[in-house]
Design a protein around this ligand. Structure first.
Ligand code: CA
Length: 278
């Protein structure tokens, strides 16, 4: 008989890679389809969801593989290996969605679920656990979880559920305008203004500025920016990103903004400062 603690977890390095591969073609098709419909619209900028996902998982292997899978699907992902760490991470930067393992070393998962629900009332909580009984499912849902997925699970199904939950959630994809200080972006008209003056931006410069300002004050990694602006499946050089950032800085400076408004965060990526430096 298999104990709960030793419940089978098929999410090994190999199975995740296989699941990723099998998921990939369907995912790429859906991305192409969405792009064909939404290209040149405000929502195309957000076609890879840059949503923040907090993964609460104490198993190091599962944690690192899932973080890798989430990142490769265009999400920003953070890992917390226990309940205390999860609560402080959720408080520091409220996640759009929490993937919650119930079997944690420091806090019972159901208790943590209640606390996370209180800490992040608008966030989505998806339980990902080896606990399979109807009782466990009901208790977790009553504690504030929005969905429940048991281990072993298929990565394709997990990703589909994440997309379904995040699609329904009001978020940046529903924005029509972004305003940060003097800067204003009309996402429907695809026009950017600094005060009353319009910036002359090329299409990708506009997309990049929209992604940066849409998360003003937060660091966006190079891969997140490449995925958000150029291609969800980007794995190559990111030099084109630097070229576009330089061009954006020049154009902002022409209208009186300091170049440091777009900060380089060494070893990570870029951040659009919510407030001008100095
Ligand atoms: Ca666990």
């Amino acid at each position: 008989m298999v104990s709960r603690a030793a419940a089978p977890l098929s999410i090994s390095r190999i199975s995740i890679c296989e699941a990723l591969t099998s998921d990939w073609h369907a995912y790429a098709r859906s991305v192409r389809c969405r792009r064909a419909v939404a290209d040149k619209t405000a929502s195309s900028i957000w076609s890879v969801n840059g949503s923040l996902i907090l993964l609460v998982e104490d198993d190091e292997d599962i944690g690192s593989e899932l973080i890798q899978a989430l990142t490769s699907h265009g999400y920003r992902a953070r890992l917390a290996s226990g309940g205390t760490e999860a609560l402080s991470a959720a408080t520091a930067e409220p996640p759009d969605l929490v993937l919650l393992d119930l079997g944690l070393p420091d806090i019972d998962g159901v208790v943590l679920c209640r606390r996370l629900r209180a800490a992040v009332p608008d966030g989505i909580i998806v339980v990902l656990t080896a606990r399979t009984s109807e009782f466990d499912v009901v208790v977790a849902l009553d504690a504030g979880a929005d969905d429940y997925l048991t281990k072993p699970f298929r990565l394709t199904e997990l990703m589909a559920r994440l997309r379904a939950h995040l699609r329904r959630r009001p978020g940046p994809q529903e924005r029509t305008c972004i305003e940060v200080g003097r800067l204003r972006l009309d996402l429907l008209a695809r026009r950017a203004y600094l005060g009353p003056e319009e910036l002359a931006l090329r299409p990708k410069e506009f997309d990049l500025l929209a992604v940066l300002t849409g998360s003003a004050g937060k660091v966006l990694t190079r891969n997140e920016l490449m995925a958000g602006v150029w291609d969800e499946t980007w794995f190559g050089s990111t030099k084109t990103l630097d070229v576009h950032v330089s061009s954006l800085r020049r154009k902002l400076m022409l209208h009186g903004e300091p170049a440091e408004r777009i900060s380089t965060v060494r070893g990570r990526g870029y951040r659009f400062e919510a407030e001008p430096a100095g």
